[in-house]
Design a protein around this ligand. Structure first.
Ligand code: SF4
Length: 423
């Protein structure tokens, strides 16, 4: 979500004559787009801002701005605490950015963090222009109604709102006309798309309609809440060939007791049932996931159940986090009883297992052929890079003229985060 917001920000700033740079010291403007999903985000933002301050001390007329979830949470307070900060822009106020930047160029300091909890939020959402990538995010919904006990997202992003399907389909058609070949349907919980809007189709139906658009050859979506993963959506993996063979399905824990305190709304069994149904329809499907380690009250047995869930699912990649309380959430009121050393030891064990799974899942691809959407040059000279159906980067020797095409690449090596292959 933040990557997508950053793309929007870059697009809006380009309209004002700004271009990206890798040299912050000489930049005319620095905007930190922040995320507060993990603990310590506010402190990190304050630390980064303090470091940026040195550029202004040199007498440069530089605009410093903060956007994203930390901006939404802290608002005016950031401006009050940091006299060298010019702009604070909340998660629902991106449409005001051009006006705010023009004001800052005249020396005005401003904070805009108005929360918009109605359809207007999506109507005001600025579009991304001038990006010529082959794979693009398309927002289908925003916000979340789930209020998992540890999560700050519903407080900083607002309640769930689905975008009109006609607008989504128009955007995808336009992207296809511009040469985009893959769309990633985006939302905090795409599986609940349309549930609150009777006139809109289900998420499964939306995928089917997107798949009918000529020019779009691959569809991905994220993020997918397991409790809202309907049978109709699961069935799409058997009937919509354009749907990617990789799905992100965050489990968070393998223990029913932990899932209950987390407020996740599903059990270990119902999660695994969905995994098995998906595997029946798409035997080569790969799963990625999220796990929280050391949630308050997590016993050795709870953790062992998470390990055994990992053994059953066998994720190709896993985002694992040590629990840290987020102020304002229900879980922040729980006694965070586990010593840090125990949490870290559990995380090490989990990551060790994940490294083994990644290797075991990726090795068998060696010698096989993979359809790769070529996105651009690889890191090494003469190398091209793209993504295979399972979402992994594939590098191979090839010509620039291949960009924008699907090519068959024979996999020759599997690395922890990518494949090497040959045309
Ligand atoms: S589903 Fe839960 S974890 Fe995901 S954004 Fe909503 S509240 Fe947060």
């Amino acid at each position: 979500m933040n990557v997508n917001d950053s793309e929007r920000i870059v697009s809006m700033l380009a309209d004002l004559g700004y271009a990206p740079t890798n040299a912050p010291a000489s930049a005319d403007m620095i905007l930190l787009n922040t995320c507060s999903v993990r603990g310590g985000a506010e402190e990190k933002v304050y630390r980064r801002l303090a470091n940026l301050r040195i550029y202004k001390r040199d007498g440069k007329k530089q605009i410093i701005a903060v956007g994203g979830c930390v901006a939404q949470q802290e608002g005016e307070e950031l401006l009050r605490k940091l006299p060298y900060l010019d702009l604070v822009i909340g998660t629902h106020n991106l449409h005001l950015l051009p006006d705010m930047v023009r004001g800052a160029e005249r020396g005005e300091r401003r904070s805009e963090t108005t929360f918009i909890d109605n359809d207007q939020r999506l109507d005001l959402f600025p579009s991304i222009k001038g990006e010529s990538r082959l794979s693009r995010f398309v927002t289908v919904m925003q916000g979340c109604d789930n209020f998992c006990s540890y999560c700050i997202v519903p407080f900083v992003r607002g309640r769930e709102i689905s975008r009109r399907s006609a607008d989504i389909l128009n955007e995808v058609r336009q992207l296809a006309d511009e040469g985009v070949r893959e769309v990633i349907l985006l939302g905090q919980n795409v599986n609940s798309y349309g549930l609150k809007a009777e006139s809109e189709p289900s998420f499964a139906e939306l995928i089917r309609r997107v798949s009918e658009i000529n020019g779009i050859d691959r569809i991905r979506f994220t993020t997918s809440h397991p409790k809202d993963m309907s049978d109709e959506l699961i069935a799409c993996f058997g009937t919509v060939p354009k749907l990617s063979g990789q799905i992100h399905l965050p489990a968070q824990s393998g223990s029913d007791a932990m899932l209950k305190v987390m407020g996740r709304g599903y059990t270990r069994k119902s999660y695994l049932d969905k995994v098995h149904k998906l595997r029946i329809l798409r035997p080569d499907i790969v799963f990625t996931g999220d796990i929280i380690v050391g949630f308050p009250g997590e016993s050795d047995d709870d953790f062992d159940q998470t390990i055994s869930l990992m053994e059953e699912v066998r994720y190709i990649d896993l985002f694992s986090f040590v629990y840290s309380p987020r102020p304002g959430t229900r879980a922040a009121g729980l006694h965070d009883d586990l010593p840090r050393a125990v949490k870290m030891a559990r995380l090490d064990r989990l990551m060790e297992l994940q490294r083994r799974h990644t290797l075991e899942i990726c090795q068998p691809y060696i010698g096989s052929s993979m359809s790769v959407l070529v996105e651009g040059e690889g890191k090494l000279p003469g190398q091209m890079s793209g993504k295979g159906d399972i979402g992994r980067i594939v590098n191979f020797a090839g010509e620039n003229s291949l960009v924008g095409t699907f090519v068959d690449v024979k996999i020759t090596k599997a690395y922890p985060n990518s494949f090497l292959g040959e045309l």
